[in-house]
Design a protein around this ligand. Structure first.
Ligand code: THU
Length: 137
């Protein structure tokens, strides 16, 4: 059963909703926003950015994480993914691997729908056996 709160502050909600507004998605008309929260409590937001050459589209999660890393942060404690849909948008495979690069595998991934309902997943369940170069050596 989705709930309304689950650790989502007003600030995170406002940033996520703003990202849905800023989403550049003229092709799919499907808006996605993302807020990555670092271990020192900072919040970095991003939205999906589409391209007429479809494969160049940047997902909201990658956009938020790019913002975070280019601001000097590399450690995510929780991540929120927003959509304008009644459904909960789960991150695509590439985004799961990108989140895993900057997070412990047990971090919460919160999905927030149009009605601000929240569903929580653990990253380890979204991407079991994620590729990790350190484990290959
Ligand atoms: N999208 C994201 O931003 N994140 C995901 O994890 C899945 C998909 C975007 C990409 C595209 O702009 C739109 O959703 C429809 O696929």
């Amino acid at each position: 059963m989705p709930s309304k709160c689950q650790g989502m502050t007003k600030s995170i909600l406002e940033k996520g909703k703003k990202m849905l507004k800023n989403s550049y998605s003229p092709y799919s008309e499907f808006q996605v926003g993302c807020v990555a929260v670092t271990h020192d409590g900072q919040e970095f937001a991003g939205c999906n950015i589409e391209n007429t050459s479809y494969s160049l589209t940047v997902c909201a999660e990658v956009s938020a994480i790019s913002n975070m890393v280019s601001s000097g942060h590399t450690s995510i404690q929780a991540i929120f993914i927003f959509s304008n849909s009644e459904q909960f948008v789960t991150p695509c495979g590439a985004c799961r691997q990108t989140i895993a690069e900057f997070a412990d595998h047990d971090i919460p991934v919160y999905l927030v729908n149009q009605k601000n309902e929240i569903r929580k997943h653990q990253l380890s369940l979204l991407i079991p056996h994620a590729f990790d170069l350190e484990l290959q050596q």
